[in-house]
Design a protein around this ligand. Structure first.
Ligand code: ZN
Length: 133
């Protein structure tokens, strides 16, 4: 198996397209991402922070997920996802958001079950799953 694309590769690849994806938000994200990549180079584990950062904006979140999904051409397809036994017909949460009503923090979309659910930066509470309809 060839090595999978990691979140760090995604971070490096997304940098040049940020202005197109985010418009005027791009600069702040670019700075944060550059800093995270520097920390990664010095050996720190920043994967989660990168995921949270890119997950904040629907455009970067989608880009990241599409990029990571490229890995899975020969892997598990999302459509073949099987719920765990005992969770019969439980709708799969597709979106997480701050539970505080009226909070403006953008929702976060998990890529896979191993993703750590982030917390709201404003309210400091963990995101909760939101059904899509
Ligand atoms: Zn909040």
């Amino acid at each position: 198996m060839s090595p999978a694309i990691g979140i760090l590769d995604v971070a490096r690849e997304i940098l040049p397209v940020l202005p197109k994806l985010l418009g005027e938000d791009a600069e702040a994200v670019e700075q944060s991402l550059t800093r995270l990549l520097e920390r990664a180079r010095s050996g720190e584990a920043v994967d989660h922070e990168i995921r949270v950062l890119l997950g904040k904006y629907p455009a970067t979140d989608r880009w990241k997920r599409d990029r990571l999904r490229g890995n899975d051409a020969d892997g598990v397809d999302e459509k073949s996802y099987q719920p765990l036994p005992g969770q019969r017909n439980t709708p799969r949460a597709v979106k997480y958001a701050c539970p505080v009503s009226g909070c403006n923090t953008p929702p976060w979309f998990p890529i896979d079950a191993g993703d750590v659910i982030p917390s709201c930066e404003i309210h400091g509470v963990p995101f909760e799953s939101v059904s899509n309809d």
